[in-house]
Design a protein around this ligand. Structure first.
Ligand code: MN
Ligand code: MN
Ligand code: MN
Length: 287
């Protein structure tokens, strides 16, 4: 499909700069692209400049970490106003949480005989907020793990020695940030939270009740049962369908952005909703 509403750049944990990402997406036939870095809008300005050059419709986005029933959930904000001061302040708070987590991860790794992780992860991040994949890449570079997935399995994954949980803000609060910044909220990769069917339904229902607009459908290669689950959840809750690759850079299994299937015709695509609905609703709730 020529739409991709979930991608990352070097502004967070992606491996391509915003300019490189937009050029690659354009070459791959993407006509509308959302850049959705983790808890930052720092890549959007450069992405917008390149998008204007190559003629691609750039959607200002962000992927925000939050919590719901003590799980970490990711919510995409699409069509946000990146300069919105309340949103900027909220994202600053997210950076502080990440920074505190990074320091604790580094202490744990040092305790396991791997000193210097904070500096190492900062080098990997090259100015972007430090995320766990940056630690993973440092562990690989130092020979503590052969590759990133192994680094997570050995050290960084949930329940492992250097796994540190973050007190992320509540999902409903994050949805408010997005709507008050003019955006629409999309529940990212709903099938990746390892929820039971009952809990997943509750998550999606709560997401809708808190003002969420869209449900991200699985990227290419998903089994038909997963797609059917998403269709059912969208119908039950009235959420629209979003589509995005979660591209982090060229990898053996995913070389380009795009390449996501069109959501099934039984659900409303989020890009066909009337623009501004969400923002107007959020403004009226503010009073
Ligand atoms: Mn990521
Ligand atoms: Mn995510
Ligand atoms: Mn993502």
């Amino acid at each position: 499909m020529d739409i991709d509403l979930h991608t990352h750049t070097t502004a967070s944990d992606g491996s391509l700069s915003p300019t490189e990402l937009v050029r690659l997406a354009h070459e791959a036939g993407v006509r509308r692209l959302a850049v959705t870095d983790h808890d930052t809008v720092a890549g959007l300005e450069a992405a917008r400049a390149t998008a204007a050059e190559v003629g691609i419709d750039l959607v200002d986005g962000v992927e925000i970490s939050c919590s719901w029933e003590r799980r970490e959930i990711h919510v995409l904000g699409l069509w946000i106003r990146p300069r919105d001061s309340a949103l900027r302040a909220a994202l600053e708070g997210q950076h502080a949480r990440r920074e505190a987590r990074a320091e604790r991860i580094a202490r744990r790794l040092a305790g396991k005989g791997m000193p210097g992780a904070l500096e190492g992860a900062r080098d990997q991040a090259a100015g972007a907020p430090v995320t766990r994949p940056h630690f993973a890449r440092w562990l690989v570079a130092r020979g503590h793990a052969p590759d990133v997935p192994t680094a997570f399995r050995r050290w960084l994954g949930n329940g492992k020695a250097a796994s540190v949980s973050v007190a992320w803000p509540a999902m409903a609060e994050v949805i408010d940030w997005i709507r008050l910044a003019g955006g629409v909220a999309v529940l990212a990769h709903p099938l990746k939270y390892r929820c039971t069917a009952t809990r997943l339904r509750r998550l999606v229902t709560d997401f809708r009740a808190a003002g969420g607009t869209g449900l991200e459908f699985p990227a290419s290669g998903a089994d038909p049962g997963q797609v059917a689950t998403c269709v059912r959840l969208a119908h039950e809750t009235g959420l629209a369908a979003s589509a995005g690759s979660d591209f982090h850079g060229p990898r053996p299994w995913q070389r380009t952005p795009g390449g996501v299937p069109h959501p099934p015709t039984a659900v409303t695509p989020i890009w066909s909703l009337p623009a501004g609905d969400s923002a107007i609703a959020a403004e009226s709730r503010r009073d």
